[in-house]
Design a binder for this molecule. Structure first.
Ligand SMILES: [Zn+2]
Ligand SMILES: [Zn+2]
Length: 340
């Protein structure tokens, strides 16, 4: 039996991708070893590549959209067994001790960990995962689809299901990309009147295929006017990385509507506060979810037929794969195939 594995690491901020041979790690107490099948490349992996995460230790193997199979189980693990299919996502564990944990709000743990940042992630043939990070993958879901659900999927799904919209109310998804193409599908499957907003009309057929009831071409139409013609959106999920465009959308909300921002644009938002006050509207962020939230995402996706659109690269082409993700030209999530 081989005792080494291939792993893709970054050994310093802005360092090149290095595909290296490493010893296959052993799981300690409360941990399992996952034989990785696929790992999605997320835009947040720039934190590792470019050294943007304070205190990050190098070399680091990134990757928090992992799907694979438990290959070895450490001590004190009772609920997981060898051979089980699991996903590992952004939520890398919590302390169980701080006030947020004592209230059961584990994603807000003051000592929360992030997979592929605080410990090595899934750009490798094997990884060690704390049990708090594990989501069981439903039988029907292929690994290459489960991977992207572990970060992009859970972020959007969890944000939408906590945003306060009820069945039949209007949810608009701004930006049809890595997050947005999932947002449209989840909004539709959750029973919302679903609006897709994007610049140009080239994505209109796709948006309709994903389940949008309405499409607004923000380059030819005024998105706010069009949203108000439809009655105003209860929730606008803003996924396009354009602060100016996101800020303007506040006026497209219905009274008590929420502009929901699950991923950070580079520039700050400039919000018309009078519009917030007069319409009792809010602007809110959303932060990922626990492993159980991720498992809910996998189960809901399998149940309702939500699929990520992916482009696959083998692990040894990690540099090309990352570049493709970074270019913004991927349709829509890039996935490293590690096994097979
Ligand atoms: Zn991510
Ligand atoms: Zn805690």
């Amino acid at each position: 039996m081989t005792t080494t594995m291939q792993a893709a690491q970054v050994s310093k901020p802005n360092g090149d991708w290095e595909v290296v041979e490493r010893d296959i790690p052993e799981p300690g107490p409360g941990h399992v070893r996952v034989k990785v099948e696929v790992c999605g490349i997320c835009h947040s992996d720039v934190f590792v590549k470019e050294g943007l995460w304070p205190g990050l230790q190098y070399p680091r193997v990134p990757g928090h959209e992992v799907a694979g199979r438990i290959d070895a189980v450490g001590d004190n693990v009772s609920a997981w067994r060898q051979g089980q299919r699991v996903g590992v996502g952004w939520h890398g564990g919590h302390c169980f001790v701080c006030d947020q944990c004592r209230r059961g709000d584990f994603t807000m743990c003051v000592q929360r960990k992030v997979t592929g940042i605080d410990f090595d992630g899934g750009y490798a043939e094997y990884m060690i995962a704390p049990v708090a990070t594990l989501a069981a993958i439903p039988e029907a879901l292929p690994a290459e689809e489960a991977g992207p659900f572990m970060c992009a999927g859970v972020t959007v799904y969890n944000a939408l299901r906590h945003a306060g919209a009820r069945a039949g109310e209007m949810v608009a998804v701004h930006g049809i990309g890595g997050l947005g193409h999932l947002g449209v599908q989840y909004a539709r499957q959750m029973g919302f009147e679903t609006v897709a907003i994007n610049r140009g009309n080239d994505k209109e057929p796709l948006a309709q295929q994903l389940g949008a009831h309405h499409y607004i071409d923000a380059s030819a139409q005024d998105a706010v006017t069009e949203l108000q013609k439809l009655g105003g959106a209860h929730v606008i999920l803003a996924t396009a990385p354009n602060a100016q465009a996101i800020s303007a959308l506040v006026d497209g909300l219905s009274p008590s509507g929420t502009l929901l921002v699950p991923a950070a644009p580079t520039e700050p938002l400039t919000i018309n506060v009078l519009s917030l006050i007069s319409g009792r509207r809010s602007v809110a962020g959303w932060y990922s979810g626990t492993a159980r939230d991720a498992q809910d995402t996998l189960e809901f996706s399998a149940l309702t037929g939500v699929h990520p659109m992916i482009e696959k690269y083998p692990l040894h082409r990690v540099a090309d794969a990352y570049e493709h993700m970074y270019s913004g030209r991927a349709r829509f999530r890039v996935v490293l195939t590690v096994d097979g």
